[in-house]
Design a protein around this ligand. Structure first.
Ligand code: ADP
Length: 312
């Protein structure tokens, strides 16, 4: 059996139109092309963890509609356990309407729908899965009471809690004290603490009760601050073409690596490799890497596998 990961979070359907330009209010611009994709940080991180080789249970809410049906099928295709993905009778599946212009600039409007209704009851229903998991992984695209309850259940059962505080919003010390690993990016760490410097921000977050803070720094890798002190994990040089879901790949692989017993810095290094590879492929779910190219990138040259270059 692989590492057991429970992911609690959002699932959206991305409806993307690539057109000549983004319309101004009241304007209609025609001539675009349409694409539909699965998204939401929860769904992306669950898929990243599954592609890393873990047994993943996803706790979420979709609408009782066609998009919800498709989202569940998409998760099942990745061998993710979907028994705790509730069908909301009153709210539609979350949707992100994304417009992209010729230069790649975008405008996004999100209707969270059923995601905004993920409840403490949904979390309670998944209690046995959380209690028997190695790691619980969450983000902030779903309501805080559910996140808080899940963290309490996990802490009482010694399940490690990783919280990716994205999108950033104020968090109470009572929740932060239940978090084993907090993984803000640089902007989120500043928003959470009012400290522009990631080192100072990480120190603040530890004072609030978090055990280990990992600030992701884009191409520069990540900064790790724990009771053992501070360390830097270098980024992997890649030809980045689209950074969408880099953080989601990072978090999924970090959860699995810690669940498999890698030490903290080795786990963060593997997560950085996953984040780097995610930037080499456009889109969200298509860019989430599988385990073997990530392991190839992490292995030092001459160890019998790749030369350290990302495999395509
Ligand atoms: P987010 O996607 O949440 O904004 P980051 O931009 O910090 O978070 O990216 C998460 C991780 O992905 C980084 O810690 C890094 O390891 C990897 N990463 C992101 N962008 C790049 C890049 N341009 N080159 C190499 N690695 C990257």
């Amino acid at each position: 059996m692989g590492a057991r990961i429970v992911v609690i979070g959002s699932v959206n359907t991305d409806l993307v139109v690539r057109g000549p330009r983004i319309p101004t209010p009241g304007e209609t611009v025609t001539g675009g092309t349409f694409m539909r994709a699965q998204g939401g940080k929860g769904s992306n991180q669950a898929m990243a963890a599954a592609r890393a080789g873990a047994d993943v249970t996803f706790v979420a809410r979709v609408g009782d509609d066609e998009l919800g049906e498709a989202a569940i099928a998409g998760l099942r295709d990745e061998s993710i356990e979907v028994g705790f993905v509730a069908r909301d009778p009153d709210h539609p599946t979350g949707v992100a309407l994304i417009m992209v212009d010729r230069s790649g600039e975008n405008a996004i409007s999100v209707a969270p729908g059923a995601n905004a209704n993920l409840s403490v009851g949904d979390v309670e229903a998944a209690r046995p899965a959380i209690e028997s998991a190695d790691v619980l992984l969450m983000q902030l695209e779903t309501p805080l009471p559910a996140v808080g309850r899940a963290a309490e259940i996990a802490r009482a059962a010694s399940t490690r809690v990783i919280l990716n505080p994205a999108p950033a919003r104020p968090l109470g010390d009572s929740l932060l004290a239940l978090v084993d690993v907090l993984t803000p990016n640089e902007g989120e760490s500043a928003l959470l603490t009012n400290e522009a410097d990631p080192r100072a921000a990480a120190a603040r977050l530890r004072e609030s009760g978090v055990d280990t803070v990992v600030v992701t720094l884009g191409p520069r890798g990540a900064l790790v601050l724990s009771g053992d002190g501070e360390s830097s994990v270098a980024g992997f040089p890649v030809k980045a073409i689209d950074t969408t879901a880099a953080g989601d790949a990072f978090n999924g692989f970090l959860a699995v690596s810690l669940a498999e017993g890698l030490d903290r810095n080795a786990a963060v290094r593997r997560a950085c490799a996953a984040g780097a590879l995610a930037t080499t492929v456009p889109g969200a779910t298509p860019s989430l890497p599988f385990r073997s190219p990530v392991d190839d990138l992490v292995k030092p040259p001459g160890s019998g596998h790749s030369s350290g270059k990302p495999s395509s």
